[in-house]
Design a binder for this molecule. Structure first.
Ligand code: GAP
Length: 455
């Protein structure tokens, strides 16, 4: 894990937020490469679940919503973690993370019953702590104006259920998808970006007929797993964890977590929950607006069926997926790879990211930087490719060192401009994974790269 954290900082993926002021715990900034990677993961998710599905539409709701929503959803009452305080230094911990706590996860290390800050052994009784961040709407800071930063994106997909259904003429089963910022005032943090206080959730609320919930639950578990495998996560690093009945969230009839084998142990990457008709029923009750669905499929003469749809919710944390993808892709090659250019035989890092999500898709390298015509040609090729791909130009250091720099950030292709280029208008195209090089005509580069990056 330390190696991943160090690579992320060194190469501009992830920085601690406000680092020059000493940093803020569990808040992270995504640097130039990290933000590209994060965006690419989101793009793949949107392509898979919005573009390629026929009956799922996207919305982009607000972070701050009507405060009654959190009453209806049960978050004001139940979105809590049990908290204990060290009596000596007043550090706070999650009671269910303590050795004596009634810990309901799997494969997660428990803290010894000793304060990790001061070694104290006495703690206060556990009390429930609400994880939602509070603020005020408008200039008056009183009870009436309290609002919350959303801890999940789900709720605006329920409150907009009717508007989305009617404006898009959707029929059950259909889904509403959303990716967006969520906020949780986590008590215990750590493990890098795994448990952040500000993060992105990508989730779908899939509305189904009440008696078809189990079928669609199984469907979405498989769809979610397939997405992770297609992005490149190794099968052996994924497993399912079924929540025991007594530990289900207040809205759930059944929940399966998809866990990933992170360097710190098996932990939740994503989940699929059967939220039943809980949310739509609650919002009907609290808003006074009936959110039932009239099934138009009843044949003429038959009474139209009216019901509150059940909801199957596949959800995932984008940062957790990003971390899992980084961990899975990270390889150290002891003594260097076999490329002749690595004469020092030092250890090499290769980030074998899926080509579709790599932050930089192709790099353009003049063989040497002190030959004006070579540099000019390389810059021309860089400009030629820029409208089509995320390209980086690099002329600093030996060619072998530059390949390794790009391998370390997962760039799938490197183009080298050499003296032959000037005569024959072709370049070498190097593949990150096989290190094989082929000569390619400059005029064919765009099509060849497009094809290679797509497959
Ligand atoms: N709408 C359902 C929901 O929010 P959740 O399991 O509480 O379910 C969804 O959260 C996903 O968000 C999790 O599967 C996890 O990947 C991610 N997640 C939850 N808390 C997180 C945190 N503090 N930091 C980063 N990701 C988190």
């Amino acid at each position: 894990m330390e190696k991943i954290v160090s690579l992320c900082k060194r190469r501009g993926f992830i920085f601690q937020s406000s680092e020059i002021y000493g940093g803020v715990e569990a808040l992270w900034d995504y640097g130039p490469l990290g933000s590209l990677l994060k965006n690419n993961i989101k793009k793949e998710w949107l392509k898979r679940f919005v573009q390629e599905k026929e009956n799922i539409v996207l919305i982009d709701g607000t972070v701050i919503m009507h405060p009654k929503i959190w009453e209806a959803s049960g978050h004001l009452e139940s979105f809590t973690d049990p908290l204990v305080e060290c009596k000596s230094c007043h550090s706070r911990f999650r009671a269910d993370h303590m050795e004596s706590g009634n810990f309901v996860g799997q494969g997660k290390a428990k803290l010894k019953n000793q304060c990790v800050q001061c070694g104290g052994k006495e703690f206060t009784e556990s009390k429930q702590f609400n994880l939602m961040f509070k603020t005020f709407l408008g200039p008056v800071e009183d009870e009436v104006h309290i609002v919350y930063l959303r801890p999940e994106t789900a709720q605006s997909m329920f409150t907009n259920f009717d508007l989305v259904k009617d404006s898009m003429r959707l029929k059950v089963p259909f889904g509403i998808a959303q990716i967006g910022h969520c906020f949780r005032n986590e008590i215990t943090t750590g493990n890098f970006i795994f448990r952040s206080r500000e993060f992105d959730i990508a989730e779908i609320e899939y509305f189904v007929k009440p008696d078809e919930d189990e079928k669609w639950f199984d469907f979405w578990v498989k769809e979610w797993e397939k997405f992770f495998l297609d992005l490149g996560l190794k099968k052996e690093n994924l497993r399912r964890y079924e929540h025991p009945k007594k530990a289900l969230a207040h809205y759930s009839k059944r929940t399966i977590d998809i866990e990933y084998k992170f360097p710190f142990g098996w932990s939740e990457l994503a989940g699929i929950a059967n939220r039943t008709d809980f949310d739509l029923s609650q919002h009907s009750k609290f808003s006074g607006q009936d959110l039932s669905y009239f099934d138009p499929s009843a044949s003429s003469g038959q009474a139209k069926e009216k019901y509150i749809p059940y909801v199957i919710e596949p959800t995932l944390g984008i940062e957790r997926l990003l971390l899992a993808l980084m961990c899975d892709a990270y390889k150290e090659v002891k003594g260097g790879r076999t490329e002749t250019t690595n004469s020092t035989k030092e250890e090499e890092i290769v980030l074998g990211l899926n080509k579709k999500i790599a932050p930089i898709q192709v790099t353009v390298l003049p063989l040497v930087k002190n030959k004006e015509n070579l540099v000019k040609k390389a810059k021309e090729i860089y400009q030629l490719l820029k409208p089509y791909f995320m390209v980086q130009y690099d002329e600093v250091g030996s060619i072998g060192r530059r390949y390794r720099r790009q391998d370390e950030i997962g760039t799938p292709f490197a183009i080298t401009v050499d003296f032959e280029t000037l005569e024959k208008d072709d370049v070498t195209l190097r593949d990150r994974d096989t290190m094989q090089q082929e000569r390619v005509k400059i005029k064919e580069l765009i099509n060849i790269l497009k094809e290679k990056l797509e497959n």
